[in-house]
Design a binder for this molecule. Structure first.
Ligand code: MSP
Length: 522
């Protein structure tokens, strides 16, 4: 029997009070995928949270003269508020400073040690403080950290090591036998050629110089390497190695770890190797999505601070609605690749897609339904070629949305989804209901019925992507459940049913004016 649960995770974020639109990407996409699976009737567990250990955070708190926990608490509340604002419907928010998580991290460290996968030695090497990552000489780019381009420091200290070098062949076999394990495919080549083929080295998994971390239980002057601690959040959050493993048994293995391409190495090399060592089943898929770029660079907390609205996504949400922000990110970044941010394109998308394609179709149809039939669903009569074509196009687009969402391809799915609204608008132009209203009442009834169905089907699918707008429209149809994919079909609307009103969905923008106003923000 096919498993009816769906466990999806985002990366756990380094706490920051400057979360950018780029940071919101993983969370928004994961939210769409989670909601979509709920709509398909699955029991979904959606995990997000924060990654709170490591020297960098401790140093920042110290520099601010703050108690580290207080410093973190304020930021975490801020991040939770942001997710609320973006309508992120997560099941659990994990903090790696939560006691239950710390216990699990210690337990797995002990277990790996007992099994002989962890041993004590000396670490001599290069460390990038901002990324909390160790690098070998050959991995550096121009002598600097290959991820962030910053300086690395030579460090030498007693440390525990994980026998990663034993896992090269097993990982190659994993990628070969399970092409779905790491997606998109290009990431596999990168991991194999840059890391596995040159030979994996054992991984340093503890530090004595890092104080803000989870102590190794049997040797407490060591703290657990922050990435090992962080990765195990995916298991501790669902009760693995705790007194109550119900959720672990129910949801593991995870269906999808959605992550950005910069952290693929940790998730597709370290993570499966650690799980193999522990004899824990592997997650079904790691998907390394692309970045939101600005001026060819990753939009990041420390750079690009000149563009205020993307550094503080709250500005875009408060001015243009949460749906606009979600729509832009889902649509503009081709899933798996990078996408470039432009405020102008963001505003244009609102006008062309949200106002014209979706908003206008709803407004025109409901206005006609009101004018001609007092907002009562009319009775459908015989179908002609225009109707048959519309129904076929909408059905095909719906099936394409379902297929793309099986592959988690949210950008292609939403493009197909909006084609449904496009078919509806084209059908209005073809059938010209205002002419039918003069002399062909039977035909008019069929046309309005088909338009209402088109909107209903499109909006049922849309609720995972743009929950707020979709809710307003679905309410007008008297639909308030979420797991309703079965009603996304023609012919199910009952004639005689009353259609409610829909308030303005997305106001049309004067783009020039908006750009000027945004430029004046400080
Ligand atoms: N703490 C680690 C993750 C540990 S998971 C066990 C981390 N945190 S992060 O805050 O730096 O990044 C979180 C996610 O945000 C990453 O997946 C990263 O790729 C993503 N993004 C950060 N900037 C981004 C863009 N500009 N565009 C898209 N995603 C980006 O890494």
């Amino acid at each position: 029997m096919e498993k009816n649960t769906f466990y999806i995770t985002t990366p756990i974020y380094y706490p920051s009070n400057k979360m950018t639109l780029g940071n919101c990407y993983s969370t928004i996409i994961a939210d769409c995928i989670a909601r979509f699976n709920k709509m398909l009737g699955k029991d979904v567990f959606y995990l997000t949270g924060t990654d709170e250990h490591g020297e960098k955070l401790a140093k920042t708190a110290e520099a601010k003269g703050m108690e580290i926990k207080n410093y973190l608490d304020v930021m975490i509340e801020d991040i939770k508020d942001l997710w609320k604002l973006l309508d992120i419907d997560y099941s659990k928010f994990i903090r790696t400073t939560d006691t239950y998580h710390e216990k699990v991290a210690q337990k797995v460290f002990n277990e790996l040690y007992k099994k002989g996968y962890i041993y004590k030695s000396k670490y001599k090497g290069l460390y990038c403080l901002p990324c909390e990552s160790f690098w070998t000489e050959s991995q550096l780019v121009d002598g600097r950290c290959p991820d962030c381009g910053r300086e690395v420091k030579y460090e030498e200290e007693e440390a525990y090591f994980f026998k990663l070098s034993e896992f090269g062949d097993k990982l190659l076999k994993l990628y070969e036998e399970n092409p779905e394990f790491l997606q998109p495919n290009s990431r596999v080549h990168e991991m194999v050629n840059n890391f596995i083929k040159p030979g994996l080295q054992d991984l340093c998994v503890s530090r004595t110089s890092v104080k803000w971390g989870i102590p190794v239980e049997f040797d407490p002057k060591h703290t657990i390497y922050v990435w090992i601690d962080a990765l195990f959040n995916y298991l501790s959050a669902i009760g693995y190695a705790s007194d109550d493993e119900t959720n672990y048994k129910k949801y593991w293995p995870a269906d999808l770890h959605l992550i950005g391409k910069d952290i693929v190495r940790f998730h597709s090399i370290y993570w499966p190797a650690l799980l193999m060592a522990l004899d824990v089943p592997l997650p079904k898929q790691i998907y390394g999505h692309g970045w939101l770029l600005l001026g060819g660079q990753k939009l990041s907390k420390s750079k690009n601070s000149l563009v205020k609205e993307i550094i503080d996504p709250r500005i875009l949400v408060s001015r243009y609605s949460v749906d606009s922000v979600r729509y832009y990110l889902i649509r503009e970044i081709p899933f798996g690749s990078d996408g470039t941010y432009s405020t102008e394109n963001f505003l244009k998308r609102i006008n062309t897609d949200l106002c014209n394609d979706f908003g206008n179709l709803v407004k025109r149809t409901l206005t006609m339904a009101q004018k001609y039939f007092g907002s009562i669903v009319p009775k459908q009569a015989d179908l002609n070629n225009d109707d048959i074509e519309l129904i076929k196009n909408v059905e095909t687009a719906k099936n394409n949305v379902l297929e793309y969402m099986k592959k988690f391809d949210v950008s292609k799915a939403i493009t197909e989804l909006f084609s449904i609204f496009g078919f509806g608008n084209k059908y209005i132009d073809q059938t010209m209901p205002w002419n039918l209203a003069k002399d062909n009442d039977t035909r008019l009834k069929t046309v309005i019925y088909n338009l209402l169905e088109t909107i209903k089907i499109g909006t049922v699918l849309l609720q995972s992507f743009l929950p707020q707008g979709a809710k307003k429209v679905l309410n007008a149809f008297g639909i308030d459940e979420v797991n309703i994919i079965q009603i996304a079909k023609f012919g199910l609307l009952k004639d005689g049913a009353k259609i409610g009103e829909v308030e303005m969905l997305y106001p049309r923008l004067d783009i020039e004016k908006e750009l000027k106003e945004l430029a004046l923000l400080d």
